[in-house]
Design a protein around this ligand. Sequence first.
Ligand code: GRF
Length: 221
Amino acid sequence: MKRARLVCLISGRGRNLAALLAAVADGRIPAEVVAVIASRADAAGLALARAAGVESEVLAREAFAARADFDAALAQRLRKLAPDLIALAGFMHVLGSDCLDAFEGRMLNIHPSLLPKYPGLHTHRRVREANDAEHGATVHFVGPELDAGARVIQGRFTIAADDDEVRLAERAMNEVELKIYPQAVAWMARGELALVKGQAHFRGRRLDEVMTMDDLEDAFR
Ligand code: GRF
């Protein structure tokens, strides 16, 4: 199978990036990581990319006064890389029209909440404060609105009485994010996922319901 050209965008620690790199290295994701781009020079995930022998570079958000200028520079850089898919992995910026016009339908994001609940920041704290019974994470296509693009797969777990904000973040990461994101990126790389008129399609069929952990292939459980 032809390997898809994958670019990962990060801003921070890079635990999701590490999971993607591992799944590429062991062949579960049929892709070649052509670049990791960080929006911060101090993103710890850059070291992971280097250790994996992957091209990495910094496009610092702070070097641009306006969000639109950062977006335009990022779109220009991405065009040169000619990615088949772009995985936002802890990338803490909303993409604008330059990136969307060029790559909508090829960009996935992972968000630590049961979207549509809790788009934006501090999801774990908000879940705790609301006394929710469940929490989780969602992979979705990137669209013009924050954390609101078509959902692909979502994993959930029951919150325990003593799960504080930190513990909820750990559980969302370890029990859900690190499983569903490599799976979703693998589906994309294989050409099994598509965005058609704003709706997620899987293996040629519209996804009427977001997929769940039950849909994970064994290699991603
Ligand atoms: C993850 O919780 C991800 O869902 C969110 O930001 C966090 C990034 O963590 N978008 P990491 O950089 O993957 O460690």
